[in-house]
Structure formats: C-alpha cells, structure tokens
Design a protein around this ligand. Sequence first.
Ligand SMILES: [Zn+2]
Length: 368
Amino acid sequence: MVARNLAKVQVAGSNPVVRSLRTSSTDAGREQERKSKVGWPRGEAQDCKSCYTGSNPVPTSLKNPYAFLMQGSPHTLALDIGATKIAFALIDSDCEVLSRGAISSQGNDDLWAVLSHSLKEFAPADTSHIGIATAGPIDLRAGSISPVNIAQWRNFEIVKNISQLFPNATVRMIGDCTALALAEHSIGAGKGFSNLLGVVVSTGIGGGLVINGKVLEGESGNAGLIGHHTIAFDSDRLCVCGRTGCLEEFARGPKMVQTAHRLGWVGGEDFQSLAASAEVGDQLAKTAIELGARALAVGLVNAMMITDVHTVVIGGGVSFAGEVYLAPLRAHLKKEAELSGFLNDIKILPATLGADAGLIGAAIFAQQ
Ligand SMILES: [Zn+2]
C-alpha cells in the first residue's frame, strides 16, 4: 500500500504560505477523493463564501492527455490569481499537484513584493514553464491584468514581472475561467467534448470556452466573460461593471440571497444557508434559487446559441449545492434551449477538479 503523505511547510515571509506535499494514492484513496467531491466542499471551502476555492483534491486517476507535451520539463509552475488569494503550485506532467502555496491577495501594501518573494522561495530557479490563470479583466496583448477585486493592480504587467523573476521560463497567461474550461476539458468533467463552456457561479459569474479542443482567448483574452452580458437591458439593476441587467445581477449567489430576503426569507446571509433551507423544503428559498437558476439558464443559452457549444461544465460555490440548484437549472436550460431549434442535446456537467482547476488549466496552457 502506498501512503498519501500530507506535509505542511511554513514558508518564511511577511505573508505565511502553507504548502502541502502530495505523493501518490491508492485506488481506495482515489475513490474516497471522488466521494468527497459530492456535496459541499470540505475543510476551508466551507468557510469561504466568496468563491469556489476549497480543498477538493485533484482526482489523480485522471491522466493528462497533453502529458506528451510536458515531458521535456519535470514540472510547471502554475499561479491562480483570485479575489481573496493567489495560489501557486508545482504541477507534473500527469497534472498532479506536487506542492502548493498561497498568499492573500488582500491586505498587502505591496502585493507584488510579497508574491515575488514567495515565488522565489517556492519554485526552482530553473523553472522552464509558468502558467498564470487570473481573474479578469486581462489584456493578453500587454500581458497585464486589472482584477476587479485587487485594487492596487490596474494594468499590472504580471507577465513581464514574472518573466523577470524567472528569466529562463516561458510565461503564458489565461483567464481563470478559461483555465477551468481547459482543465475540465483535458482531464475533468468535459473530457471527450471538443467544445465546451466552463462556467463558475459563486459571488460572481465567470466563463471560458474551449472550441475545437483549444481555448478561445479572443482579442484581449476575455472570451467567455458571460457574467457581464446583459439579460435585461431595461432593468434598474446596475452592475458593478457599469452596465445594467448583467447576468451576474440576477444569478450570482449573493443575488439569490438578496432575492430571498425580498421574498421574506430570514434563514441567513449566504447562499449555503439558502440552499440548506431549500433542501428542507422552504418555499421562499426554493423560489429564490429557481429565479436565479432561470436567469443563469437564459444567459447560458444565449452563450450556447452564439457559439453553438452544447456542453457546459459548471463549477463554483453555488454549484456545490447540488440538485437543489442543478435540477431547476437543468429544467430551465431545457426549456430555453428547445426554442433555439438546434440546442436539442445540451449537457450540463458538474465540474470535477474543484479548487485546483485554475492551477491545472494554467499548467496545461503553459505547456501547449
Ligand atoms: Zn456587469
């Protein structure tokens, strides 16, 4: 029997980093991993109301079809830049996470100083491939990012800065939801589908596209930014982006909670509580979730009609609620899709890679 070892290592610096070192696992362990992905994510994810981050492990039984592309280097350094944290990991050619770390993306006066210090300590100096998955918006042409929730990074030239840190490395950047789509297409729920839309529903809504087996980046790297297309342009709902009636304003987790409060639900302040109420039959909670799911269905079918993509992989904290959310979503998708005349075989599949999808997608992209 091969044991799975989990070692935690504190890395020096002003912002503590915790690394967990994984070795291989048994089949029984893998089965346990698979089961652990059913329902709400375990551990730290239960404390995270804001995103799909969590401790869902990578299913090690799934091998990377792009492994042949990665045989030249022992590992890839992957980063996942999010609203609350920046995760980084060394990932091997089978998409195994060998070691990992993270810093907070909030509360650091000089975020780059903290990140660069941590990466220098974390990754080997001869790292040859680096992939960055990041919250948007991004500008691929400039190699810069302006994540909505990281105020000090506006047009921040992340690619140039990382390249200076690791001068021998090839550095590639991709949107975080595009990274999720690529990872799920390669080794996750979307394996075998040439075309898919990856969507994350949590405090916000993001998306990314794989078309004919390759990621669709678009002109600036923001293809698939589904959360900020409007589904109600006459609405009085002003989105944080400045437009009115964006999909996010109706379908993201906190908005469903807001809807529930308007209906008179008093069961809590977060989507997890709302889903729990719906699970035990609370009609107000069920109605609020149904309205959010219907809005998402409209948005998804809009995107599917434009792209002629028939498969959606859904991740994010909201999707972890399971059938109480997915069942109404599926029903409304079917209804909306039927009217299109050609979306008669659509599929919506729960993501399987959990919080590591961004890191894995970034690593695969870096090696392509
Ligand atoms: Zn918007």
